[in-house]
Design a protein around this ligand. Structure first.
Ligand code: CS2
Length: 504
């Protein structure tokens, strides 16, 4: 490749015939030879570095060419603008502690933004050639109320349900969808109407019991929609919602990553994503129809995903969040810096050892102490540049999934979850510092990035000695049970008081 190619952009045209530089791995499938069989909702970096790679490798391993992906963005057309001019091609820059590699992915065959392309997304979900829908829409994307039921007061979901009700009584199907759940339900409605066959919907977000959660959300939403009962019956018979555990650390892509990839590839890539070398996918084997042969390329298909999922959420994600809050409060910009701080590493380790491990049953063949060590050394990889502030966002949505299950199990067994209360206190201190404009990391002020920010900021404001009580009063996070637990309250109060010394 000549140096003048440095100014061109990755696409099928610029790739075809180009001799890729040594060390850059070409797409494992020929993008021109692949048709869409899977729709993905939530076309963020995580999907591109995880399920899309597994799916491409599975297609390459079997030679099946019907597993191309239609990737659907959530809130903006930006990702479509990055990927459409590149014919869906993008690179994954893998950054290990010692080595960097770049591979190109060709399995993303179509991209869509619901704001303009809803009819296309719905008809693809309803196509008989589509067999799987996967989702990574983040915790907040599901619009769940505090009790886990659909938040019917959410204006986006409410608008989608109006459109769905109209469609169920034979109306038009071209209103732009505004929420992932709305898009999914409307796609299911069209599929049922076209009698297009069974479908499997695979939730790949970090929610405890994610498959069951999504199945319940779908059913409960249909119960609330006029004429939803017939669709609900069809979903019960034709759709399956396997649970999954997904794992790969995928930090936000920076300009420096794009420049690095461009110097390796000789082409610019606006869709580039980065990730650590580690990747894992455990999937409950309850499919309603065909699926890519993911087990051929390293995924684990199992009858019971819960022990894997629980271990991952409670060990990895809980300690990640704890390091993010405490790290940012101590001025560390990255997770790697936070875990290199001996005081914080000891806190993360104690959280896992004292409160998390007693609540877990090791999945087959897994050594949980080794898993904890592996996770901490993955965090220590200095080359991903994963920021504390990125992991710290959306705490109100993340804590219940990754930390509060541990707290509940410990309380149920009669233990005082002191270390887990410390992690909750770390979040409280972070909410207070960010909502009051008191936190700067790397010289930049950090605000509170959370869908419940106004509620949290109001609770965080006021005297320090009642801070823990005011925050525990946020029922959307703690529920009635934890807010009402004297044992937990007193542990959190003590931990919030102790945090003053951590910050010093
Ligand atoms: C992180 C996760 O941002 C976060 O909250 O804890 O995205 C984490 O990197 C992944 O779950 C790793 O699989």
């Amino acid at each position: 490749m000549t140096s003048s190619a440095g100014s061109s952009r990755l696409s099928r045209a610029t790739l075809s015939g180009a001799c890729l530089p040594a060390g850059v791995q070409p797409p494992a499938v020929d993008p021109g030879d692949v048709s869409v069989g899977l729709v993905h909702l939530g076309l963020g970096a995580f999907h591109r570095a995880h399920q899309a790679v597994f799916t491409e490798d599975a297609a390459a391993a079997t030679g099946e060419n019907g597993w191309g992906i239609l990737g659907v963005t959530q809130r903006s057309a930006r990702v479509v603008e990055q990927l459409a001019p590149q014919d869906g091609l993008y690179g994954v820059l893998t950054k290990g502690t010692a080595e960097t590699s770049l591979r190109l992915v060709g399995s993303l065959r179509d991209v869509a933004f619901p704001g303009t392309d809803t009819p296309h997304v719905l008809s693809t979900i309803a196509a008989p050639t589509t067999h799987v829908v996967t989702l990574t829409v983040t915790e907040k994307g599901y619009r769940r109320a505090a009790d886990g039921r659909p938040d019917l007061a959410d204006p986006d979901l409410a608008a989608d349900l109006d459109a769905l009700a109209a469609e169920l009584s034979g109306g038009r199907t071209d209103t732009a969808a505004r929420s992932p759940l709305g898009l999914l339900l409307r796609g299911l409605a069209l599929r049922a109407r076209h009698d297009a066959g069974n479908l499997t919907v695979v939730c790949c977000d970090n929610l405890a019991d994610n498959g069951a959660v999504l199945a319940t959300l779908v059913a409960a939403t249909l119960d609330a929609v006029p004429h939803g009962d017939r669709l609900r019956e069809w979903v019960d018979s034709a759709v399956r919602f396997p649970g999954t555990m997904v794992d790969r650390i995928v930090p936000a892509t920076t300009d420096a990553h794009r420049a690095e990839a461009q110097s390796l590839l000789g082409l610019s890539d606006a869709g580039l994503v980065i990730g650590e070398p580690f990747t894992q996918w455990v999937i409950q084997d309850t499919f309603a129809g065909p699926r890519p042969a993911w087990e051929r390329v390293g995924a684990t298909l199992t009858a019971d995903v819960a022990p894997y999922e629980r271990a991952k959420l409670r060990v990895l994600n809980a300690s990640h969040s704890t390091l993010a809050y405490l790290g940012a409060l101590r001025g560390h910009a990255t997770i790697a810096q936070a875990v290199a701080d001996p005081a914080l590493e000891a806190i993360a380790r104690a959280l896992v050892d004292e409160d998390v491990l007693p609540t877990l049953v090791a999945p087959d063949g897994m050594d949980l102490a080794q898993y904890r060590d592996d996770v901490l050394s993955r965090f220590a990889n200095p080359n991903t540049g994963h920021t504390t502030v990125q992991v710290a966002m959306d705490g109100s949505q993340k804590l219940p999934q990754r930390l509060l299950g541990t707290v509940r199990d410990r309380l149920d067994s009669g233990a005082v979850p002191t270390a887990a209360a410390g992690a909750v206190a770390a979040w409280i201190a972070y909410v207070r510092a960010t909502s009051q404009g008191e936190l700067a990391v790397d010289g930049k002020q950090v605000g509170l990035d959370d869908p419940l920010a106004p509620t949290l900021a109001a609770a965080a404001d006021g005297p320090l000695d009642s801070l823990a009580d005011r925050m525990l009063g946020v029922r959307a996070v703690f529920g009635e049970d934890l807010a009402g637990s004297d044992v937990f309250r007193s542990a959190v109060r003590g931990a919030v008081a102790d945090l003053v010394s951590i910050r010093a």
